[in-house]
Design a protein around this ligand. Sequence first.
Ligand code: Z5A
Length: 208
Amino acid sequence: MFLTVEGVEGAGKSTFIGLLEAELVKRGISFLRTREPGGCALGRQIRPLLLDAAQKVDARAELFLFLADRAQHVADTIRPALARGEWVICDRYADSTIAYQGYGRGMDVELLQSLNDCATGGLWPDITFLLDLPAEEGLSRALARNGREGLTQSEGRFEAEALAFHQRIREGFLIRAARWPERFRVLDASQSPEDVAAQAERHLQPYF
Ligand code: Z5A
């Protein structure tokens, strides 16, 4: 079972995955938790290049760094875990490229779909949980968290983008969810963390 978790900045993906992990442990299901960018050794070298606000990265260079991270991640981490029969829970995956580089930066969405197919060898998730939240709410959660953790208010290149950029991303995710309703499960991320996890568990009941 290959699960991905998507959403705007600060939607609560990490918190949600933590609760999902606890549920899988309780049920004795073996799983691998991973993320993009940075879910394999090569990706851990690529991640700082992508997130560092001090880097000036051309939109095409950014795209190919995300795709390189993904290609290696699928080969080194995701496919081997699936072959061992484990569930894989991935924090962001190919839909983020379409939402951020496509709807956010304005690159051609159909081209990105083909490039994702190329990078992943056609591996798409069984289920994608979209944690849907207004962009401004996600950003304010992320900024509050950064403040608590002693980070600067807008720590990364993406956090520093204008609100309109993040609003296009939310819309982009919703467009994708409407296009692939059999894969996407849209969760109301404005609810409490426990309620968001409970929504997901209802969708996962048939697979437990
Ligand atoms: N990116 C891209 O452009 N193209 C791609 O192909 C890929 C990624 C794969 C990775 O950033 C960036 O790369 C990302 C997209 C881009 N940039 N942005 N924006 P990242 O991995 O560093 O960060 P992120 O993925 O955006 O996640 P995040 O900021 O760490 O947020 P989160 O994991 O969704 O949220 P959280 O840390 O669980 O929660 C945020 C705060 O809200 C925290 O204080 C929680 O306690 C609180 N929280 C969580 N849930 C709730 C609920 N339900 N209610 C109230 N408060 C909550």
